[in-house]
Design a protein. Sequence first.
Length: 128
Amino acid sequence: MEQFLIDTNCVSDYLSASLPEKGIRFMDSVFDKGPQISVITQIELLCWNTPEKGRTNDVKNFIADSSIFEITPDVVIQCVVIRKGKKIKTPDAIIAATALSNGFTLVTHNEKDFKHIPKLKIINPYLL
């Protein structure tokens, strides 16, 4: 069964209901299996500035329900390989390395930063 690592932009788009209908249905199915995120996504979500108290609780509840993948030695090795092979920001490289290290497909709307990483599978919920 395919497993997914969810990028920050897709979590925020899902929680703010800005995905298209097919994207929402896909994300519902991903979330129902138990959301999986990188520690980088956790940090980025906790830094998300939202004036709505309910939205802050949504983010905290989402994180509490998620499996959070830490930066392991394998993720570090993968990250170094990625960064040496392509100009990419370290947080994005860590997210990609986390997906690769665990055999996950990355769910992201930010395809341009990830599309040239060998063996990384990507799905964009906006394009379903």
